[in-house]
Design a protein around this ligand. Structure first.
Ligand code: NAD
Length: 331
């Protein structure tokens, strides 16, 4: 039985042709490398409006493409006979507040192009990330449930919540196999973050190693849900690999690993760098953070497709410091 299952999985994997849109970004760059490991370099086409890291550019096919250019994206899908699309291009929370209409256009247009390609049967499966930004000030703040009040107050959150509604609609009306996760703040060291409200939790590690100090743009007691990159990639691969009938939520799944405040993170860093100092100078991003949950209940993802994270605050801090030190030595 086991052998038959494995053969089935292997056949399925080798017939996959994957397109990642927004592959040069914080998550896309690491996701692309992981997918190339799993499905073969030539079966994973990375694309973005800008070039990515040397590792991304040299490990497999890459196309310069604009996620809002329907003809351009369709041409790439046809050229490579793409089966699965991971749509990672978006404008993130902090940047989006500065140019709301541009954020809306990018985040929505790119999603409709991909959902319609799936509706027209030109592709088989779609991954589209949502965010904890779908929640708002009226949402229960602690252990936020899968289904609850959602009145987002940022343009980013409004675009993600609208996207979730459309994903579910395309699944119900047209049978589109779209899968989605509400990522918390994703922490990583290989690529810089792209203009989100949780970026402080990455910058702090750079500050700690370089200057032994950091000024946080969020208040010391602002708790937010966070996750190490490896867990985010694992969750993304797991939900895309899950059997379709196990993916019961077709809007987007709550996803959680840990929750911490800037002062808790600073204390964890001090265990490694005892003379590290943190100061606080909240800016416009404080208001965005205040509208988001402090912690997330992800029991539905755990029940439906066995989600389980591996990194806690201690593991994340060790991995970040070790990873950044290695990168500096290599340079
Ligand atoms: N990083 C996080 O903490 C986080 C949290 C929640 C949700 N998300 C979501 O995950 C996805 C990826 O986020 P990220 O952190 O990697 O973002 P990022 O900003 O680091 O990367 C986005 C990439 O999209 C590309 N891009 C922008 N406009 C484009 C266009 N018109 N056409 C093609 N590419 C374009 C950018 O060049 C960039 O490389 C986004 O949908 C984001 O909303 C991220």
């Amino acid at each position: 039985m086991k052998w038959i299952y494995l053969r089935h999985k292997t056949d399925e994997m080798s017939s996959k042709k994957i397109l990642i849109i927004g592959a040069s970004g914080q998550i896309g760059s690491e996701l692309s490398l992981k997918l190339r490991d799993l499905y073969g370099n030539d079966n994973v086409i990375a694309s973005d409006i800008k070039q990515g890291t040397a590792e991304l550019m040299n490990s497999g096919p890459f196309e310069i493409a604009d996620a809002t250019d329907e003809a351009g994206i369709t041409a790439i899908v046809e050229k490579y006979a793409i089966t699965d699309v991971y749509l990672m291009a978006a404008m993130l929370s902090a940047t989006a507040e500065r140019i709301p209409m541009k954020a809306w256009d990018l985040n929505m247009e790119s999603l409709f192009i991909i959902l319609n390609l799936a509706k027209d049967k030109k592709i088989e499966k779609v991954f589209w990330p949502s965010s904890i930004a779908v929640f708002g000030p009226t949402t229960p703040k602690n252990n936020t449930p899968q289904t609850t009040i959602m009145e987002p107050s940022t343009v980013y959150g409004i675009s993600k919540q609208t996207g979730e509604r459309w994903c579910e609609y395309y699944f119900n009306q047209y049978g589109v196999d779209v899968r989605s996760l509400r990522y918390p703040g994703i922490i990583s060291y290989k690529t810089l973050p792209g203009g989100g409200t949780t970026d402080y939790a990455i910058e702090i590690f750079h500050g700690a190693l370089k200057d032994k100090k950091y000024t946080s743009f969020l208040k010391e007691d602002t708790a937010l849900p966070m996750m190490f990159m490896d867990d985010a990639i694992k969750a993304t691969v797991d939900i895309m690999e899950a059997d379709a009938e196990d993916v019961r939520v077709r809007s987007s799944y709550n996803l959680s690993a840990m929750s911490f405040t800037p002062s808790e993170l600073a204390n964890e860093i001090k265990k490694h760098i005892p003379d590290f100092e943190i100061a606080y100078q909240p800016d416009f991003r404080q208001k965005i953070a205040d509208s988001w949950p402090g912690s997330i209940d992800d029991s539905t993802a755990r029940e439906d497709w066995n989600w389980s994270p591996s990194f806690d605050l201690k593991g994340l801090s060790e991995a970040m410091l070790e990873g950044l030190k290695k990168l500096t030595t290599v340079k």
